[in-house]
Design a protein around this ligand. Structure first.
Ligand SMILES: O=C(O)CCC(=O)C(=O)O
Ligand SMILES: [Fe+2]
Length: 195
């Protein structure tokens, strides 16, 4: 593993563009299309229900329910391929991951808006490991109080991005939609829900 620290103040973000071998990444991508119970999550924003512009699935150990934007998601069980990936990540990063949010971006219109992963059940300094599969998409980070502190990074097939420490406290991030013709992408954000 060769994680490189990215140049951001008040944050701890590191990146390995080739974390997974090409054949492993390909096998995972194919498997996850079938093994995951993909669904459209609905979230409440300003009192109104919205369909998220992507497919998602919350997966985790029993007891890792996750509340976000007013909705409580009960975890689905681990498909075996994700179970193995979780074990490998937990060992390499020395973090007891007990859940993962899987997101599937069908094309360039699917996206994720500005947010930070700062739900209380993640604790004050969450370590989030984000594995990307399929089409390369641009990921952007921006400091909450210092707008000139920002970074855009393309996340290719098989890459690993790790956000730790004060990153969620000081930064928001997003996966913008794109007018470019891009294929499907699956992203996995491994998390540790504190009991
Ligand atoms: O798809 C991505 O790379 C970002 C996903 C993300 O921010 C999240 O799951 O919280
Ligand atoms: Fe996020």
């Amino acid at each position: 593993m060769s994680l490189q620290r990215l140049p951001l103040v008040d944050a701890d973000v590191s990146f390995d563009p080739h974390w997974l071998a090409e054949n492993e990444a390909e096998r995972l991508l194919r498997g996850l299309r079938e093994e995951v119970a993909w669904e459209t999550h609905h979230v409440r924003l300003f009192g109104r229900e919205h369909a998220s512009p992507r497919l998602s699935c919350w997966i985790g150990d029993p007891g890792t329910a996750y509340r976000y934007s007013g909705t409580l998601f009960e975890p689905r069980p681990w498909p075996s391929s994700l179970q193995r990936l979780r074990e490998r990540l937990s060992a390499e990063l020395d973090v007891g991951f007990n859940s993962v949010l899987a997101n599937r971006y069908r094309d360039g219109r699917d996206c994720m808006g500005w947010h930070s992963d700062s739900e209380p059940e993640l604790g004050p300094a969450p370590l989030i490991a984000s594995v990307s599969l399929g089409a390369t998409r641009r990921f952007v980070l921006k400091h909450r109080d210092r707008p000139q502190e920002k970074l855009a990074i393309d996340l290719p097939h098989g890459s690993l991005l790790v956000m730790a420490g004060a990153t969620q406290r000081h930064y928001r991030h997003a996966l913008p939609r794109t007018a470019k013709a891009v294929g499907e992408r699956i992203n996995l954000t491994f998390r540790q829900i504190l009991g």
